[in-house]
Every structure is written in structure tokens, then in C-alpha cells.
Design a protein around this ligand. Structure first.
Ligand code: TYD
Length: 225
């Protein structure tokens, strides 16, 4: 038989990030999403920032566990360095293979956390991160929004020692929360904001609905630049 060869479907990955305060349930939701996608035969890469690469794990050890002062600009640059390595060596290659990348935290965490320290300007932090990531932005960002007091109770129930940032005071976490919500308002197409106090299964269903939609729709170039 002659005629035109069938054109293979474009290989398009999908990049989903989870954001929210410490203890908002990102890891649980990321794991449930991964399970659901794998059940459908999707190739999935689960990763996180800081970390996710060898270099990233070294940076993670500094930013989360270094005792003593880390200057705010040094901290912002460390997160950005981790991000640059992560996007270049893990995220972009996986997306190019058509896989789904599920990622715990991305540049919105830098804007919310480093910006909440009040020393650095949120817009500058975002620019720094975008430079590091060559403008890459996720297709979907799930923000698990939770009152920091509830989050604190959850973390205490976990009985794990607090890392350096988790030990910060309550008003810092309030500012982080407000910053995340502000980011979501600014980019309504990218963000799905969920009330993280809702039952785990309900949240998972909302995430699946959004990710399912995104997988079914054409995706243009990712992010800026
Ligand atoms: P992690 O143990 O991964 O926490 P969680 O389970 O809360 O996601 O710790 C990540 C910590 O790093 C968290 O407190 C937020 C902080 N962080 C920043 O301050 N800036 C960033 O750019 C990123 C990615 C994380």
C-alpha cells in the first residue's frame, strides 16, 4: 500500500510542580499523582527541589542543614544553582523524552520563601531563578494552601526534627503563604489552588482532573524566553 506515512504523535511531556508551605501535603499528593499516571502507562519522573540531582543534594545539605548563618543572597544563589542544574540535567531531558515530571517545589518556593525573609526583592528572586532555568516554567503548578498553624500541628504529629526553615517563626510562614497566593493570582492559567485542609482523596481527584486536562490539550513552548 502506498500513500502518506502516518505522522507520529508529537512527543510532549508534561511538567507539574507542587507548591505550598511545609506540612501542606505536597509529597502525599505528588505520590498519588505518580501512582495514577503510572497506572495509565505514563513514564513519570518524580523529583524535588532542593535536590533531585547529585549537585542538588549537595546544595540541599547546605541550605537545609548548615548550622550557622547563610547570607540571604548566598541562600538565594544556592537555590538558583540547584535549580539550574536540575532543569538542565533532569527536567528538560525528561520532558524531551515525553515523560511527565512531577516535582516537589520550584521557583515559586524561592519567590515565596526567600522573598518572605524581607531582605530580598521578590521580583529580583524570580528573575534570578528564571535566568538559572533559562525561562522554563511548569505546565501546571498545584498550590496546596494551608493555614501555617494547621501545618505546624501536622509536622509536630510527624515527630520528625524540624529543618532550619521549618523552625522559622509563625509570621514568616504567614508571609510565605500570602506570597504563594499572590503568585497564583498573577498566573491563574498555570496555578491550581487547593485548600489543603480538604481530605486527601478529594485533593487527589482535583489534581488528577487538572493534570488529565493538561495531558489532553496541546502544549506550546514552556515558560518565558
Ligand atoms: P523539604 O524538606 O523539601 O520540605 P517540604 O517537605 O516542606 O517541601 O524542604 C524544603 C525547604 O526549602 C522548605 O522549607 C522550603 C525551602 N525552599 C526555599 O526556601 N527556597 C526554594 O527555592 C526551595 C526550592 C525550597
Amino acid at each position: 500500500m502506498t500513500g502518506p506515512r502516518p505522522v507520529p504523535a508529537p512527543v510532549e511531556g508534561l511538567w507539574v510542580t507542587f507548591e505550598g508551605g511545609d506540612g501542606s501535603g505536597k509529597t502525599t499528593q505528588a505520590a498519588l499523582l505518580e501512582m495514577w499516571l503510572r497506572e495509565q502507562g505514563r513514564a513519570v519522573v518524580r523529583t524535588r527541589e532542593p535536590g533531585g540531582t547529585e549537585v542538588g543534594d549537595l546544595v540541599r545539605a547546605i541550605v537545609l542543614h548548615h548550622r550557622g548563618e547563610v547570607a540571604p543572597r548566598a541562600e538565594a544563589l544556592l537555590y538558583a544553582a540547584d535549580r539550574a542544574q536540575h532543569v538542565a540535567t533532569l527536567v528538560r531531558p525528561a520532558l524531551a523524552r515525553g515523560e511527565v515530571v512531577i516535582q516537589d517545589r520550584y521557583l515559586d518556593s524561592s519567590v515565596a520563601y526567600q522573598g518572605a525573609g524581607r531582605v530580598l526583592d521578590a521580583a529580583e528572586i524570580r528573575e534570578l531563578s528564571l535566568w538559572a532555568a533559562e525561562g522554563a516554567l511548569p505546565d501546571v503548578t498545584v498550590l496546596l494552601d494551608l493555614d501555617p498553624a494547621d501545618a505546624r500541628r501536622r509536622l509536630e504529629a510527624d515527630d520528625k526534627p524540624f529543618d532550619r526553615l521549618e523552625a522559622e517563626q509563625a509570621d514568616f510562614h504567614e508571609r510565605v503563604r500570602a506570597a504563594f497566593l499572590g503568585l497564583a493570582v498573577g498566573e491563574p492559567d498555570r496555578f491550581l489552588v487547593l485548600d489543603a485542609a480538604r481530605p486527601v482523596e478529594e485533593l487527589a481527584a482535583a489534581v488528577r482532573a487538572r493534570v488529565g486536562d493538561a495531558l489532553g490539550s496541546p502544549r506550546g513552548p514552556r515558560g518565558r524566553g
